[in-house]
Design a protein around this ligand. Structure first.
Ligand code: ADP
Length: 327
């Protein structure tokens, strides 16, 4: 029992000790299964359980009723740790969902582009015609300016949606990861300085180049660095070292890049949503750059993967990229 839940046998002897550690939202299902087991039916329930060290695991409970020698009925349960199985199933569901969203985003971007281009063109023509008038109405000029500006903004958003779906036809080539990291850090150096965050790299000089494209990869790192800065900015001033640690190594014939911070992490409930287009927890107008959905699109398009987890009091993104040539 200790290995699975962290509780000792003595602690586990107390009546109902485990019920208080079960995720409340799974309680109904569990009660249901217990009810069925008491009436003699075979029953199973899957629930989240908080271990003694506060980490969560998924348990599948197999229940069946037995009658002991004194004819007292009892329900016996077998606990199976299905955390890994659940994580794989969730990852698969998430990847499918994002792939569908990507297709939808590309389709919508394509459909919206034409009417939007027509709006922009018509408004620009009207601007030109009004400019030729002797006494153009200032209100009309302002309104046309707004139309042109907003059409431009909508077209930027559409470009983002398109990037989420595809990053374009240009082909990939060998890219030096250390250079990409250094360039991304220098492009966002103002924000890093402003939030007193440092990018620390642990990249071996003998790392092989990855197969990718420099600019989109820089975009991905800028996005990750920028989010880490935002997260550090929400912490108290006196907090310990504000660092973003970038590490890379070759694992299973892929380059594994880890970008980690210690800025508090992402709430469990939010984690599954962070790669979705336009998802943000930041106040309106303060979300920066193209967002994680774009990063996801870029990395997938380059034949890699990007995953996120909470670790060491912060967030860790793990990116896998194909290697350009054998080390
Ligand atoms: P935006 O930065 O515009 O909110 P993103 O797609 O880049 O959009 O990020 C989505 C959300 O993911 C953020 O609003 C934030 O809640 C969360 N997030 C991303 N990176 C981190 C991080 N390093 N630490 C804490 N939260 C993060």
């Amino acid at each position: 029992m200790f290995g699975l839940t962290g509780y000792t046998v003595e602690e586990a002897m107390k009546d109902g000790w485990w019920l208080s550690s079960i995720d409340r939202s799974d309680m109904v299902l569990l009660h249901d299964a217990l009810g069925r087991a008491i009436t003699g039916q075979a029953a199973t329930a899957t629930f989240r359980f908080r271990r003694k060290d506060d980490s969560w695991i998924w348990i599948r409970l197999l229940l069946s009723r037995h009658v002991d020698r004194a004819s007292v009925p009892e329900v016996i349960g077998i606990w199976i740790d299905v955390t890994h199985e659940r994580a794989l199933a969730e990852q698969l569901a998430q990847a499918n969902k994002l792939a569908q969203l990507g297709e939808m985003a590309t389709g919508m971007a394509h459909e919206l582009n034409q009417p939007l281009a027509a709006i922009s063109l018509a408004a620009e023509n009207a601007q030109r015609e009004i400019a030729r008038l002797d006494h153009p109405s200032p209100r009309l000029v302002r309104r046309l300016d707004v139309i042109v500006e907003m059409a431009g903004r909508a077209s930027e958003l559409i470009d983002h949606m398109r990037v989420f779906g595809r990053i374009g036809p240009e082909s990939s080539g060998p890219v030096d990861l250390a250079e990409v990291v250094a360039k991304a850090a220098s492009l966002i150096s103002g924000k890093l300085r402003g939030t007193m965050v440092q990018v620390r790299t642990d990249l071996s000089e003998t790392l092989p180049p990855v197969l990718g494209r420099t600019v989109p990869l820089e975009q991905v790192l800028i996005n990750l660095f920028s989010n880490a800065c935002d997260a550090y900015a929400t912490l108290a001033e006196a907090d310990a070292a504000r660092e973003i640690i970038v590490k890379a190594r070759v694992a299973d014939a892929m380059m594994q890049v880890s970008v980690a911070d210690r800025a508090g992490g992402i709430p469990h409930a939010v984690l599954p949503q962070i790669f979705q287009p336009f998802f943000t927890t930041k106040p309106v107008g303060s979300g920066t750059g193209p967002g994680l959905s774009i990063s996801y699109g870029i990395i997938t398009e380059l034949g890699g993967t990007i995953d996120v987890c909470n670790r060491d009091g912060g967030v860790q993104f793990i990116i896998h990229l194909p290697i350009a040539q054998a080390p």
